[in-house]
Design a binder for this molecule. Structure first.
Ligand SMILES: Cc1ncc(COP(=O)(O)O)c(C=O)c1O
Length: 496
């Protein structure tokens, strides 16, 4: 009864399976995600070749600069976070008969925090929590936001999610009511947005960030773009802003943010503020992080907004724990109820991720045993990230035909390469994407894996790549000198 001939939708291709590329969801087939695309696949192959034959390449190891995954590049986890996580995972350690041994290994405030956490988690981290997350943690998130912004926040408006990705996907799914819906996304952008729009079958309405003004936004352009999209039948519902920016590393000015909020309010466009890099801000005097919530509150704006944060970034870098949250600002009560229903369908966000969010928003306080250590670990990660970003940008800027804005925030540099005409011609003839080809050559000769700019979008005719500055400081000298050699060789090969 399951004869393939009876399945009318599965007729193309060479597969003998019922389920083939033509019969699965075409939205998912079209979806692309450059951060884990062709280059990292090749990089993994090279890595395994190096394992069996360490002399197979001119370098000894592959350095994965393609993804903002700090602990993969050996960033040390924060001790307090890991102590509390270990204790809540294995509460036997908190029992009277084990407590003396536990006290030898764990700080007293880690032990106390674990006891408190287990009491509001309901006894076990292995149990589902409430759909939108543990109430006490949502209350702590609201307090954190109030302290950060100086404006009220409430646990009711907060949902804890599986990373910021889970939050973004939930909101996009909510917004996309039919295929004519459009969401304005920055170019360059973090590919979660284009991938999710493809997946939910909506239109990406692109706006360009201005490389010449530290990746700022030209708000007059936004008015023009929305008008054009609407005149072509696109129902523009939302605007995504990533601040601090990925892949650009830019931080928006307050003036720019005010204009954006006013634009959204005027055009009745929901603002999606992706603020996962809010503590990765390297020039806080000149370019501080300011939340869109704060700007909206100061303007007493009626803008409707969702904002996102995560434990994956900042100095915490706990990407694998999948903790995130969203805050709803000025969202209709009935829509909030739908958001609640959506959260309920996936039962709850992973509880250890929720606990890590709790630690992020409510770290040890002055006088607590872990306070000094917690802050010195944060500071050392922060200082090292900043100094690595400066070193790497300086190095890119001294290369022929290359320019790179400094990283004001986030974890990436996005240098522009003026590729030689001879190379562009060769790529054209061979049907290759120039920035992909340049990045592949870089990988093959240095072991450094970056992401070509085309994975994020770029002004046509310009070429970039995104490189994290997460590799350990010890690896940096090797990385910088092999890159120098590669780029010089490349420029010489294609000089006309
Ligand atoms: C701008 C941006 N938003 C969201 C995410 C997703 O973060 P999470 O790990 O919390 O899902 C990332 C991850 O790199 C990101 O760069």
């Amino acid at each position: 009864m399951f004869a393939k001939t009876s399945i009318t939708h599965s007729t193309s291709g060479t597969s003998s399976k019922y389920l083939d590329l033509s019969s699965v969801n075409q939205h998912v087939v079209k979806m692309e995600y450059a951060v884990r695309g062709a280059l990292p696949i090749r990089a993994e192959k090279i890595q395994s070749q190096l394992r069996s034959d360490p002399s197979a390449f001119d370098f000894k190891k592959v350095v994965f600069c393609n993804i903002g995954n700090p602990q993969q590049l050996e960033q040390k986890p924060l001790t307090f976070l890991r102590q509390v996580s270990s204790l809540v995972e294995y509460p036997e350690l908190l029992k009277e008969h084990n407590l003396n041994a536990t006290k030898m290994l764990f700080a007293p405030d880690s032990i106390q925090r674990a006891v408190d956490t287990l009491s509001f988690v309901g006894g076990s981290v292995g149990a589902y929590s409430g759909s939108t997350g543990i109430l006490k943690i949502r209350e702590n998130v609201a307090k954190f936001i109030e302290k950060r912004d100086g404006f009220p926040s409430s646990a009711d408006g907060i949902q804890l999610t599986n990373g910021a990705s889970g939050a973004v996907e939930r909101v996009l799914e909510l917004l996309i009511s039919d295929p004519s819906v459009g969401v304005m996304i920055p170019i360059p952008q973090y590919p979660l947005y284009t991938a999710s729009l493809a997946r939910f079958g909506a239109r990406a309405v692109q706006y360009y960030l201005n490389e010449g003004s530290d990746w700022g936004m030209d708000v007059s352009d936004l008015y023009r773009i929305v008008e054009k999209a609407r005149s072509e039948g696109t129902d523009v519902k939302a605007l995504v802003v990533i601040n601090p920016g990925n892949p650009t590393g830019g931080v928006l000015t307050k003036e720019n943010m005010r204009d954006i909020v006013q634009f959204c309010e005027k055009e009745k466009i929901v603002l999606l503020a992706d603020e996962v890099y809010q503590s990765n801000v390297y020039y806080p005097q000149e370019k501080p992080f300011i939340s869109f919530k704060k700007v909206a509150c100061e303007l007493n704006s009626q803008v409707e907004m969702f904002s996102f944060h995560s434990i994956s970034k900042g100095m915490i870098g706990e990407c694998g724990r999948r903790g995130g949250y969203l805050e709803m600002y000025n969202i209709d009560e009935e829509v909030r109820a739908i958001m609640y229903k959506m959260a309920s369908v996936s039962l709850c966000a992973n509880v250890l991720g929720q606990i890590a969010i709790d630690i992020m928003v409510n770290p040890p306080k002055e006088g607590d045993a872990s306070y000094e250590q917690y802050n010195s670990e944060l500071d050392s990660i922060y200082n090292s990230l900043k100094s690595r970003s400066i070193r790497l940008a300086e190095n890119f800027n001294k290369q022929e035909n290359m320019s790179c804005n400094r990283a004001e925030g986030a974890m990436y540099l996005f240098p522009q390469i003026m590729l030689p005409p001879k190379f562009l011609e060769m790529c054209k003839q061979e049907g290759k994407s120039p920035d992909q080809e340049y990045s592949m050559r870089m990988l093959e000769s240095t072991g450094v894996c970056v992401v070509p700019g085309s994975g994020f979008g770029q002004v046509p005719g310009t070429f970039h790549f995104r490189c994290t500055f997460l590799p350990k400081e010890e690896d940096f000298d090797g990385f910088i000198s092999t890159f120098d050699k590669f780029h010089k060789g490349f420029m010489n090969e294609f000089r006309s």
